[in-house]
Design a protein around this ligand. Sequence first.
Ligand SMILES: Cc1cc2nc3c(=O)[nH]c(=O)nc-3n(C[C@H](O)[C@H](O)[C@H](O)COP(=O)(O)O)c2cc1C
Length: 100
Amino acid sequence: MVFVGFPTWGMQLPPPMKSFLRQYNLSGKTVVPFNTNGGYGIGSTFETVKELCPNSNVLEGFTMRGGSERDGQLLVIEGDKAKEAKTAVGKWLRTINVLK
Ligand SMILES: Cc1cc2nc3c(=O)[nH]c(=O)nc-3n(C[C@H](O)[C@H](O)[C@H](O)COP(=O)(O)O)c2cc1C
């Protein structure tokens, strides 16, 4: 099982992640994508993971709002946000049966 995490850039999977997924053969693996975004749309981000891992079992991805470079908010994983993220991630992991 391979967890792959990435931000969204320009409504897309960032180019370094596209290169990574093209370069490594994850055939036969379960791929678990997770994402942060700036709150203005994830576009094709998750679809591209599926396209680039055609022979993998790509589970339902997780996304949540992270920093927002547009507003100069670069570190948000603190205080209430950290708790919110922990709860949301736990719920997601149970939904996809990674956590019982
Ligand atoms: C070049 C660039 C493009 C971005 N494009 C988007 C976008 O299309 N949609 C969006 O919601 N956020 C976009 N963002 C915001 C990032 O996704 C966000 O800042 C990042 O996921 C925050 O992650 P972190 O809090 O884990 O550092 C962009 C950020 C950069 C630097």
